[in-house]
Design a protein. Structure first.
Length: 276
C-alpha cells in the first residue's frame, strides 16, 4: 500500500473516530440532565464534567480536522480519477482555500446570528436585568434536552452576548464547512462551464433553509400577506431541525454533482490541483 493510500485510510479512521467521540459525548452527558442530580454538593462536580465536555468536543473536532487534512492531501497526491479526488484537486489550490476559509467564517457568523449563538438585545441590559458582570461568562450544566446542555453563557457587553449550545455548535461547524466547500467548488465549476450555475443555485437554496428557515416566511409574507407570512415563518422555524437534516445530505451530494462537470473524458481533472 502506498503512502498516499495510507494517509487516505488514516484520515478516514480519524474522521470517524472524531464523530464517534462526539456522539458518545452527547449520550454520556445526557445522563446528567436530571434536575434531581443538581444538588448543592453535586454542582461543582457537574460543572467540571461540563468543562470536560467542551474540552473533549474541541479535541474531537481537532481530530476531524486532522483527518480531513490527511484524507484530502492523500487524495491530491494519489491523483486518482474518482470524484472524491476531483473535489480534492479542485479545492487544494490557494485560491480555493481562500474562498473556503472566507465563506466558512462569514457563513459561521451568519449562522451564529440566526441560531441565537450571538445574541444582541438592545432592549435588555444584562448588568441590570440579570445582575451580570460585564464582561463575564459561565457554564450552565443543567437542565435541557439531549444536545442542548451544557451551555456556555458569555456577556461581552451590556447588550451583546454569546450562548453556545452544543448541538448548534456542531451544526454550525458542519454546515459552515459544507457551504464553504460548495462555494469553492461552485466558483471553480463556474469558470469551466456556466452549467455550474444549476448546482450552485441548489446549494444556495439549501443554505437558505439551513441558516435561516424563517427567512422563507419573511420573503413569502411580502407576496402572501403579513399575517400568513408570519404564520408560515413560525411554522418554518419550528421545523429548523428538519430543514438542516434535509439540507446537509444535499450539500454533501452537490460537490459530487459539480465534480462530474470538472472531470475530463479520461477521468482527469479539468483544473490542475495543488497550484498556488
Amino acid at each position: 500500500m502506498s503512502e498516499q493510500s495510507k494517509d487516505i485510510n488514516k484520515g478516514k479512521k480519524i474522521i470517524i473516530l472524531g464523530f464517534v467521540i462526539i456522539g458518545i459525548l452527547f449520550l454520556i452527558y445526557s445522563r446528567y440532565q436530571d434536575p434531581e442530580l443538581l444538588t448543592p454538593s453535586a454542582i461543582e462536580s457537574i460543572q467540571r464534567i461540563a468543562l470536560g465536555f467542551y474540552i473533549t468536543l474541541i479535541a474531537a473536532f481537532g481530530a476531524i480536522a486532522l483527518g480531513m487534512y490527511r484524507y484530502h492531501k492523500g487524495k491530491v497526491q494519489n491523483n486518482g480519477k474518482d470524484l472524491s479526488t476531483i473535489i480534492a484537486l479542485v479545492t487544494w489550490n490557494s485560491k480555493s482555500r481562500k474562498i473556503f476559509v472566507t465563506v466558512f467564517i462569514v457563513y459561521g457568523i451568519f449562522f451564529s446570528l440566526i441560531s441565537g449563538t450571538l445574541v444582541y438585545q438592545p432592549e435588555v441590559n444584562f448588568a441590570i436585568h440579570y445582575g451580570a458582570t460585564i464582561p463575564s461568562g459561565f457554564i450552565a450544566p443543567c437542565c435541557d434536552g439531549p444536545g442542548y446542555m451544557p451551555k456556555i453563557i458569555i456577556y461581552l457587553t451590556e447588550h451583546v452576548g454569546l450562548q453556545v449550545i452544543p448541538i448548534n455548535l456542531v451544526l454550525q461547524i458542519i454546515v459552515s464547512y459544507l457551504v464553504g466547500l460548495n462555494a469553492s467548488i461552485a466558483i471553480s465549476a463556474y469558470r469551466i462551464s456556466k452549467k455550474g450555475r444549476g448546482a450552485s443555485t441548489i446549494g444556495a437554496a439549501a443554505g437558505l433553509f439551513i441558516a435561516c428557515p424563517t427567512c422563507a416566511g419573511t420573503f413569502l409574507s411580502i407576496f402572501i400577506g403579513t399575517a400568513s407570512g408570519i404564520a408560515l415563518s413560525i411554522a418554518l422555524s419550528q421545523m429548523q431541525t428538519l430543514f438542516i437534516a434535509v439540507s446537509i445530505p444535499v450539500l454533501i451530494i452537490i460537490p459530487y454533482v459539480m465534480a462530474k462537470k470538472l472531470r475530463n473524458s479520461d477521468g482527469s481533472c479539468k483544473i490542475e490541483g495543488g497550484s498556488n
